[in-house]
Design a protein around this ligand. Structure first.
Ligand SMILES: O=C(O)CCC(=O)C(=O)O
Ligand SMILES: [Fe+2]
Length: 227
């Protein structure tokens, strides 16, 4: 399941983040990649433990907290500190699967990466190439979104970023461990939640159809969630 979240960040947040990122030190992105990914990874990143990454990461986390769509799609139990990357002309990230377990810097806590997110920070007209391509059982999905928009996809999928041929593509990316580790179950819960919202727009909240389907949603979560 691939879900886009329009306007996760406000234009002011994007502008502020870009201004801070302009002045930060960028390092080779291979520093945080596993063996296979490192061989196909050619980008730059802000060091995870830098003050800038922490401050900007908190802005992203606050934005996620405002997004019912992110909560419903990811059902996050833990979110890793958001990271920041850029692809200048000629940079790319070949096909890879993200490492399944990551450690939260500083705490040593291990997180299972179930859900991946990219938040675009550069307007699409400012660069060519740089599409995020996600492979799933239905084929390949190419994603390039306006600045401030996010895409959420299963960390289990093979994905890549096509070479940037003009300009520079900046983004925030991060992983969450979901309360529901199985992508198909998360997908069903997300579809059900969206249907409940549509039904609630048509019927009063005390209608037995609304209470019944809402109870069913919560009982499925109770059945499947690990907290
Ligand atoms: O830049 C992106 O959109 C994705 C980055 C990525 O796949 C990764 O760092 O593992
Ligand atoms: Fe990745």
């Amino acid at each position: 399941m691939l879900i886009t979240i329009p306007d996760l960040l406000t234009p002011e947040e994007v502008a502020y983040m870009r201004q801070i990122l302009e002045g930060t030190a960028w390092v080779d992105g291979r520093s945080t990649a596993g063996d296979q990914a490192a061989k196909v990874k050619h980008n730059l990143q802000v060091p995870v433990d830098s003050p800038e990454a922490r401050e900007l990461g908190n802005i992203v986390l606050r934005a996620l907290g405002r997004s019912p769509v992110y909560s419903s799609a990811a059902l996050p139990a833990h979110i890793l500190p958001p990271m920041f990357n850029r692809y200048d002309e000629g940079m790319t990230f070949g096909a890879h699967v993200d490492g399944s377990i990551r450690v939260i810097p500083g705490t040593g806590q291990r997180i299972r990466t179930d859900v991946s997110t990219t938040v675009f920070l550069t307007p699409p007209e400012d660069y060519d190439g740089g599409e995020l391509v996600v492979h799933d059982t239905y084929g390949q999905h190419s994603v390039k979104l306006p600045a401030g928009h996010a895409v959420v996809y299963p960390a289990t999928s093979l994905h890549s970023v096509t070479p940037v041929t003009r300009g520079s593509r900046w983004a925030s990316f991060f992983w969450a461990q979901s309360m529901v580790r199985d992508d198909w179950r998360r997908h069903m819960l997300y579809d059900l939640d969206m249907s409940i919202m549509r039904i609630r727009a048509m019927l009063p909240d005390d209608d037995p159809a609304v209470t019944g389907i809402t109870a069913h949603y919560h009982n499925m979560i109770r059945h499947w969630a690990e907290t």
